[in-house]
Write a protein that binds this ligand. Structure first.
Ligand SMILES: O=C(O)CCC(=O)C(=O)O
Ligand SMILES: [Fe+2]
Length: 315
C-alpha cells in the first residue's frame, strides 16, 4: 500500500513516481510472452514476403526493428486493446497470461486501492507502447502509441459517461524510461477541471488552455511506475535515443462506475467485499476481448473520445 506521505503527495501533485513496483519475475514473464509473440509475428511476416527470414542471432528488438523499418502495421498485433476504428474479426491484439498477471499484480492493486478504495475494476483503456527511435518511424505516423504523446488528460480520452468515475492510471516502465528515450512529463498540481482538447494528430489539450507552469519529466527505471490522476495533464517526450522505450499503461476505476469505454471489457480486479467476484483466469479475459471484437466488427463505429478535429476548441 502507499504510505500516507505518498497519498498526500499524490493529492497535492496529481502524480507520483515509484521505483520497484513490479518484481523481476513478472517483468521477465511479460518480456518472454512478447518475445514468443514477436517470433510468431515475424515468421508470419516473413512467410508473406514482407520481411527477410529471421536469422538465429535476431532478438526481440532486432525483429521489431526490422518490422518498423519495413514500414508496415506492426503495432496493433502487440497492443493489449482493440484499435480505435475499423475493428474486424481479424483485428489482431495481444491478451495473454503474463500481461494479465501484470495487470492484476498485488502491488499495482495495492497502489490503486490506496487511492480509490477496495473495490477495483480493471479499466479497458490500456495500451502497450513500444516506441522506436523517432527517426525510424514512417513519416505520417501520428499515433501516441508509437511517437511522442501530445499533452492530454486521461479523462479526455474517455467518453463523458466516465466524467464522475474515480480512476487512476498506472504507467509501468518495462525498459528504463529516460528523458532521452521519451519518458513521460507532467504538469504538476491536482486539478478538478477538464481542459478543452482538440483532435489534431492525437486528442490534445488546446494550446491556449495548456497550463503555463513548468513541465516535469518523470524518468523511471524498468519495473517502476508513474501513477497519475485522470485530470493531470501529461505528455511524453520524443524518443531521440537509438533504442526502444517500452511501457504499459493500465487503469483502474471504482467498480460499478463507467469505464468511459464501455464497449470494451472490464473486470473486477480486486474486491474486499466479494473476493469471489475477482477475475483470476486470463482465458476468461481473453474471451471477453474476443467477444467484444466479434460484436464491434458488426456494429456501427463507436467513437473513443469526445473531441472532434473541427470542434470549437480547435480554433
Ligand atoms: O506512454 C506515453 O507516451 C503516453 C502514456 C499516457 O498518456 C498514459 O499512460 O496515459
Ligand atoms: Fe495519458
Amino acid at each position: 500500500m502507499l504510505t500516507d506521505a505518498q497519498i498526500a503527495q499524490f493529492h497535492r501533485d496529481g502524480y507520483l513516481v515509484l521505483e520497484d513496483v513490479i518484481d523481476a519475475k513478472t517483468l521477465d514473464a511479460v518480456k518472454a510472452e512478447y518475445e514468443a509473440l514477436i517470433d510468431r509475428l515475424y515468421d508470419e511476416w516473413a512467410a508473406d514476403g514482407q520481411l527477410a527470414p529471421a536469422t538465429p542471432d535476431m532478438g526481440f528488438f532486432d525483429k521489431l526493428d526490422a518490422a518498423v523499418k519495413a514500414g508496415f502495421e506492426w503495432y496493433q498485433p502487440l497492443d493489449i486493446s482493440l484499435s480505435h476504428s475499423g475493428i474486424a474479426d481479424d483485428t489482431p491484439m495481444h491478451i495473454g497470461p503474463a500481461v494479465f498477471d501484470m495487470a492484476t499484480h498485488t502491488n499495482l492493486l495495492d497502489i490503486a486501492e490506496s487511492l480509490l478504495g477496495p473495490e477495483l475494476t480493471s479499466n479497458p483503456i490500456q495500451h502497450v507502447r513500444i516506441k522506436p527511435p523517432e527517426a525510424e518511424v514512417a513519416t505520417g505516423e501520428r499515433r501516441a502509441h508509437i511517437i511522442a504523446t501530445d499533452w492530454h488528460q486521461d479523462k479526455g480520452v474517455t467518453l463523458p459517461s466516465a466524467d464522475d468515475t474515480q480512476m487512476v492510471t498506472i504507467w509501468l516502465a518495462i525498459t528504463d524510461a529516460t528523458v532521452e528515450n521519451g519518458c513521460l512529463q507532467v504538469k504538476p498540481g491536482l486539478r478538478d477541471d477538464m481542459l478543452p482538447h482538440c483532435t489534431r494528430n492525437q486528442p490534445g489539450i488546446t494550446e491556449t488552455y495548456l497550463p503555463k507552469e513548468h513541465a516535469v519529466p518523470t524518468p523511471v527505471k524498468a519495473g517502476g511506475a508513474v501513477i497519475f490522476h485522470p485530470l493531470t495533464p501529461h505528455a511524453s517526450l520524443s524518443n531521440v535515443s537509438g533504442g526502444y522505450r517500452w511501457s504499459f499503461d493500465l487503469r483502474y476505476n471504482v467498480t460499478g462506475q463507467s469505464t468511459g469505454r464501455d464497449q470494451f471489457p472490464s473486470f473486477v480486479a480486486r474486491s474486499r467485499a466479494r473476493p469471489e467476484a475477482e477475475l483470476r483466469d486470463w482465458r476468461v479475459w481473453k474471451q471477453m476481448w474476443d467477444d467484444a471484437r466479434h460484436t464491434l466488427a458488426r456494429s456501427a463505429h463507436i467513437p473513443q473520445h469526445r473531441w472532434p478535429s473541427d470542434g470549437p476548441n480547435c480554433a
